[in-house]
Ligand binder design. Sequence first.
Ligand code: ATP
Ligand code: MG
Length: 459
Amino acid sequence: MIKKFIRKILGVKDQRDLTEPVILGPDEHQIDPKNVSANAVRVTQTLQEAGYKAFVVGGAVRDLLLGVKPKDFDIATDATPEQVKRLFRRAFIIGRRFQIVHVMFGQDLLEVTTFRGAGSDNAPKDEHGRVLRDNHFGPQHEDAARRDFTINAMYYDPATQSVLDYHGGIEDIRAKTLRIIGMPEARYREDPVRMLRVVRFAAKLGFTIEPTTRAPIPVMAPLIDNVPAARVFDEMLKLLLSGHALACLKELRSAGLHHGLLPLLDVVLEQPIGMKFVTLALDSTDGRVKAGKGVSPGFLFASLLWHQVLEKWNAYRAAGEMPIPALHLAADDVLETQTDNLALQRRIATDMRDIWAMQPRFERRAGRAPYKLLEHPRFRAGYDFLLLRCASGELPAEIGEWWTEFYEAEGGERERLVAVASTREAAAPKKRRPRRGPRKSAGEGAPVQAQATAGGGDE
Ligand code: ATP
Ligand code: MG
């Protein structure tokens, strides 16, 4: 009341009091309670019965308001992590930078966070102003102000079915606008990953980034270099697996974020030849995500980096290296740069190498070779990758079609296909496929074959 009065006499009419939420009832927000997970209700109820405040918060409320069933539910409360932990049978305090509680019900995991206070002025920061740790608790309105975007800063109470909105999130949802809370420059400095988040949400939700939220991004983008690689990688993975990867990459580019962010994006987005392949790969990834099918990060990154591998592969061959070792050297080079910058986990890097290393083997269709390849534990990924290479025009479509037939065929039919391919291979110019026995051109020939055979037996 007093604040309102002071503002009135000062003439600051339309500035909202950010310590008081706008409260919306079910008729106004139209959230379908059926979209709220039973476990989220259970957690908020338990906390409330113990005398604490508890709300569904963040992305879940945003999705509920958009009529989308949220994929996970985060809970915010004024209980401390210790107090939360005591109320649930399977609850674990995790995290250092931000302490949170994981509450488990069977396979379902809910993240319960204690309201964070304003006070990040005193929080430990790195020399660029990035907040390193923040476990300073505070009242709900401060927690709201600490969240990234207005549409991510709303609270839903399942008991009363009310939505609490401190920053005009509802209006922004309706106007399909992404607006950062507070001063954009300061918020990006505290946490540069917010620049990637805004791009992801814009692409995923089809929202527009409000101009003052967008303006500082190209200038501040280099701050992302100081963020631990693993965190950038996680965020990139979310972006690429959002089901809107292609839109995200376009958005990254138009926000001026692709440079230096990930070396792979520089390469990918600047090269028209690679773009066709990457577009096809991301398109199929988006399709799989939307259809609820699994996507392997290894396949995804193998696709994004393939043209870099190809380029190096060709360079090594031009320098006199044999095809198969040249491919491995190229893979080493690419993975080495990327593991530094991207914190690619070893498991993902191994998948990528497998997929790449299988590629030359798809061009050998005579004899036992195709049968051996079929038994490769990662055959399916390698084959899908081959199809992308064909679709992008890198390889003749006929190779992909042959493998599809071969893959789907039964015993006798397979032999017929191999026979046809063998005749064709025998007739094809020798240059493409190294063959057994001595050759005229010095250097190529037997050693290559030995390598290829070793490759064929390695699984
Ligand atoms: P998604 O659908 O991708 O899960 P989300 O909004 O739920 O989107 P989370 O990373 O799960 O994103 O974070 C949950 C909430 O925590 C966000 O909605 C936001 O309120 C807050 N948050 C997350 N990351 C940040 C950040 N870097 N800075 C400020 N607030 C953040
Ligand atoms: Mg979330």
